[in-house]
Design a protein around this ligand. Structure first.
Ligand code: ATP
Ligand code: MG
Length: 511
């Protein structure tokens, strides 16, 4: 009998040792609760009175959940896995930690889910450390003004709605208007710009995400990017945490001094997932049935994008959140929220898309509040007056549609504006560098395209780009070093453009 008791004691102490080694808690702190009910990605748990907000809870079958609603006798939990195997009455344990994600250089080129598990077939992740997905935004005192441009390679954006590194620029528009295309083209254009890109897909179809990944691979862009995916089939919990997880990964790179670009595609689906969770957990619904803290949800996410002072590493995190509008309604709840949180927006119009004016950017409804200050000076010289003259042209054109008789100067203005619009058209995956853009804008401003029929202008611009590619090395050097071009240098460029357009005999043939 004594021997049996000794054996029992030994087993018990072995068990206690195991528990102490494997858990963050010492035994007396360990708390075990019970699952009361579970449905559609949320659960209610009782018996864990000391649980902290956003703490991870572990269910019996290994599924994790986030403590979300902390009521005195019951905790509302967001589940991070499938709930099919959970049963009422089963055990739930506190983990003592908040949810985190692997960070580090090992993530480049990888495709992961919101929990940091690899979704590609490139083996396990050897990330150095893990960071919590919710982190405080950097204090204002550590931030520097946006001062360097982020070149998208898309003329209409770089010239009229320029984006700076550290800026938050919203891309919004109805479905199928080219929102993802703009974001992905921007990623492709970063191939030689020392930028790390993160594409965070939220709530899209798996096939659409696979297409994006394939596109990035084809253009060899995955080597400086990574993709974090929570598809439409994922639980709402995984959709909810996806952008925060992606931002923590971006912040890690930023704090190493890198420039980072992060794309959230799209936050409408993120808001939907959060609304679903909140309603299931019986939080009171407000406007459009969203919970009261929906604004805070996105502002605390986007506030983490910034440009750090040199003293703090000098890195930057530029955010391009994407939003889908319904029937061009910019004043719906989520679009207005995001417009007020971000530093500007690129609005894509389905009307322009149908007309074939691609990218379908509606310049009148788009704005960039900080990027203009970050443009390269020689580029700013040329693109600066363009925005005003372009919007004046659009008004004139609308007016002229009523069959008004126009004087010669106005007619010329309209003809020039039409050619500017034509030069701003650009195909997908056909990014232009700053020098090529300067060349085209100089030429159109100087009226070199005026003799051409409109249908030939776009091709003439491209012809000019390919002719100019390896020339004017000293001017290119100056442009990229942030120096202004002198009047003589601009004249040299224009003379060259004239000769190209003349020798190509654009008016008669070839285009
Ligand atoms: P969704 O609402 O489904 O997410 P979206 O707004 O992200 O759509 P995209 O998928 O980027 O739109 O683009 C829609 C279609 O338009 C695609 O077939 C894309 O190839 C085409 N497209 C987008 N931009 C251009 C462009 N500049 N030139 C030619 N085609 C384009
Ligand atoms: Mg899209």
């Amino acid at each position: 009998m004594n021997g049996l008791f000794q054996q029992y004691l030994q087993q018990a102490s072995q068990h206690i040792d195991n528990v102490l080694q494997n858990d963050h808690f010492s035994l007396h702190e360990r708390e075990i609760g019970r699952l009361i009910r579970v449905s559609s990605g949320v659960a209610s748990v009782s018996g864990l009175p000391n649980t902290k907000a956003m703490e991870l809870l572990r269910f019996e079958n290994g599924i994790m959940g986030i403590a979300f609603n902390l009521d005195p006798d019951e905790i509302g939990v967001i589940l991070l896995g499938e709930d099919t195997e959970l049963m009422a009455g089963s055990r739930v344990e506190r983990s003592g930690r908040v949810i985190d994600i692997p960070v580090g250089h090992a993530l480049l080129g990888r495709v992961i889910d919101s929990l940091g598990q690899p979704l590609d077939n490139s083996g396990s992740l050897q990330a150095g450390s893990r960071w919590p997905i919710e982190r405080d935004a950097r204090p204002i005192i550590e931030r520097a003004p946006v001062s360097a441009p982020l070149q998208t390679g898309i003329k209409v954006i770089d010239a009229l709605i320029p984006i700076g590194r550290g800026q938050r620029q919203l891309i919004l528009g109805d479905r199928q208007t080219g929102k993802t295309a703009i974001a992905i083209d921007t990623v492709l254009n970063q191939h030689d710009k020392n930028m790390i890109c993160i594409y965070c897909a939220i709530g899209q179809r798996g096939s659409a995400v696979a297409k994006v990944i394939q596109h990035l691979k084809k253009h060899d862009a995955l080597k400086y990017s990574m993709v974090l995916v929570a598809t439409g089939e994922s639980t709402p919990g995984l959709l909810y945490i996806a952008p925060y997880a992606a931002t923590s990964i971006g912040e890690w790179f930023m704090e190493q001094g890198h420039d980072v670009l992060i794309i959230y595609d799209d936050l409408t689906r993120h808001a939907h997932a959060y609304r679903e969770l909140s309603l299931l957990l019986r939080r009171p619904p407000g406007r459009e049935a969203y919970p009261g803290d929906i604004f805070y949800l996105h502002s605390r996410l986007l506030e983490r994008a910034t440009h750090l002072k040199q003293k703090y590493g000098g890195g930057s995190l530029t955010a391009l959140p994407i939003i889908e509008t319904q029937a061009q309604n910019l004043s719906a709840y989520i679009p207005t929220n995001l417009i007020s949180i971000t530093d500007g927006q690129v609005y894509l119009s389905p009307v322009l898309f149908q007309k074939g004016e691609l990218p379908a950017v509606d310049v009148g409804k788009s704005v960039s509040r900080v990027g203009g200050k970050a443009q390269l000076p020689s580029y700013l010289d040329i693109s600066g007056p363009l925005r005003l003259s372009y919007s004046q042209f659009e008004e004139l054109e609308t007016f002229a549609r009523f069959g008004t008789r126009l004087d010669e100067a106005t007619r010329q203005n309209i003809e020039r504006g039409r050619r500017v619009r034509e030069t701003l058209k650009q195909d997908e995956s056909r990014a232009l560098n700053v020098f090529e853009q300067i060349m085209i804008l100089l030429a159109v401003n100087a009226g070199l395209f005026d003799p051409l029929p409109i249908a030939k202008v776009k091709k003439a611009g491209l012809q000019l780009c390919s002719a100019v590619a390896d020339r004017f090395v000293s001017q290119q050097h100056k442009i990229y070093n942030g120096e202004r071009l002198t009047a003589e240098e601009k004249d040299q460029l224009l003379d060259f453009a004239r000769s190209v357009l003349r020798t190509e005999d654009l008016i008669t043939s070839r285009f």
